[in-house]
Design a protein around this ligand. Structure first.
Ligand SMILES: *Cc1c(COP(=O)(O)O)cnc(C)c1O
Length: 451
């Protein structure tokens, strides 16, 4: 890797359906000429000139280090992500390298001894969306530096995407515009883009109506589109799987369980694994399970028919609001990923999501509802005998529980309609009197921890 042998890493957009159709990564293009999805493709021959052992050594050496921007989990894999970008244009908040930990007590309860949680929500804006947004906003900064006229970056979103876009755009000094459906947004979902100075439009419509508007301002006014059809985001998100493998000392787990809505993230997970296989860093495939809410389960329904047919559904309300999507953009990429990684799909009812989150929280976790969907799926896989008690399983936790406190409050205050919670734990109101407090405390300790 020195002198004239210096590698010339390259990547480009390529049409999924027509591989001959290619675009440069600094072109403003979101779909191919027929409206189909693009993906970022890397010059693998060039990457393969570096041996597997050398890649491992390089990545281990960069982890959490101070050499900008390589200490970030995403930019530590810069050659695999966006090799040609100028480091000065990288917009990073040192995302990635989220903690992976052994969920010993919860695993024992559901019969999986080797259960691990990858907490992708332990990140700047509290969800894995940061991993993709650092890449997209960096590319925008590079395009602007190169003279392209981009007045703003925009997305339609109700939650995590707009939070990540607003934060990274603000860090770069680039205007961001967020389109939200008025009255359908919680305070927590609204406050991040508001605080970060995004132009926040609350439109008198639903999410799909917002999507229509954002597409128009992208087409007619040159605003750069940050929604998930933009495949730059996948390049950042695909670092999740190499990072998990790195966390295990470059060993592959048996199962990866991930919640899915628009299905970009499962496509990304598989894309990261593809890269590791291509470079010879791993020689074995894990299996993948996508977990969906029963209220928004088009992939699950398709799985039941062996993916022979796919039909969008009208998504119903679910506490797992980030995956309340009936017509996923990345369906083709996701089905391809599941076919190649011996994948399965499971679903979770609303009641199951509440109870799984509560049970896991009791063992020290603090789950967002989407992670709860994945935990329900895992229990069902154990029940079906697909996950064995000795398998090493990783649940990809997609957001921080603190972003989704409303559903936990509802549960513990026993306000979920049609449901009597098994593990509710409301605060106990008492007068400030020692004897009263002491008696109640002793009763509670005995009730909870006896036998
Ligand atoms: C975006 C999001 C998802 C779903 O990811 P997709 O790529 O749309 O499948 C799951 N959980 C959380 C917390 C999210 O923000």
């Amino acid at each position: 890797m020195s002198g004239s042998d210096k590698p010339n890493y390259r990547a480009w957009f390529q049409s999924l359906a027509r591989p001959e159709e290619r675009y440069a990564l600094d072109e403003i293009v979101y779909t191919d000429s027929q409206g189909g999805l693009l993906q970022v493709v890397h010059d693998m021959d060039e990457l393969a000139k570096t041996s597997a052992d050398e890649w491992k050594r390089i990545l281990d050496g960069r982890t959490r280090g101070g050499n900008w921007p390589y200490g970030s989990g995403v930019w530590g894999m810069k050659e695999w992500v966006l090799p040609e970008i100028d480091n000065d244009n990288v917009v990073s908040m040192y995302e990635g390298h989220s903690n992976l930990f052994w969920a010993e007590r919860y695993g024992a309860q559901i019969g999986v001894e080797d259960l691990w949680i990858k907490l992708c929500g332990n990140s700047h804006t509290g969800s894995f969306k940061d991993l993709g947004m650092t890449v997209l906003v960096s590319m925008v900064k590079e395009m602007i530096a190169g003279g392209k006229e981009i007045p703003a970056v925009a997305c339609a979103s109700t939650g995590d995407t707009s939070a990540a876009l607003a934060a990274y755009a603000a860090a770069a000094g680039i205007p961001s515009v967020v389109f939200l459906p008025r009255g359908k947004i919680s305070m927590a979902q609204l406050i991040q883009p508001v605080s970060n100075g995004a132009i926040v439009f609350a439109l008198d419509t639903d999410f799909d109506g917002c999507m229509e508007i954002v597409k128009q301002v992208a087409e007619r006014d040159g605003v750069y589109l940050a929604n998930s059809m933009n495949s730059l985001r996948i390049e950042g998100q695909k670092t999740i799987s190499p990072e998990i493998v790195q966390d295990f000392g470059w060993e592959v787990p048996d199962w990866l369980i991930i919640p899915g809505g628009n299905l970009g993230n499962v496509s990304a997970l598989a894309k990261g694994l593809d890269l590791l296989l291509d470079l010879g860093i791993i020689d074995r495939k894990p299996r993948i399970c996508v977990a969906q809410a029963e209220a928004a389960n088009p992939l699950y329904l398709s799985y039941l028919k062996d993916f022979a047919v796919f039909e969008p559904v009208a998504a119903r309300t679910t506490v797992a609001s980030a995956i309340q999507i009936g017509n996923p953009v990345s369906i083709d990429k996701a089905v391809d990923a599941l076919r190649r990684y011996d994948g399965v799909v499971e679903q979770a009812s609303e009641g199951e999501i509440y109870e799984a989150c509560a049970a896991a929280d009791r063992t020290g976790l603090f789950n967002c509802p989407h992670t709860g969907v994945a935990l329900v799926a895992l229990e069902k896989l154990v029940g079906r005998g697909l996950v064995k008690g000795s398998d090493r399983v990783v649940v990809v936790s997609t957001a921080h529980g603190l972003k989704f406190v409303d559903f936990k409050l509802e549960y513990h205050q026993m306000q979920v309609s049609g449901m009597i919670p098994e593990l509710s734990n409301p605060p106990i109101d008492l007068p400030a009197d020692y004897q009263t407090v002491r008696d109640q405390m002793r009763r509670e300790i005995d009730r909870r921890f006896a036998g």
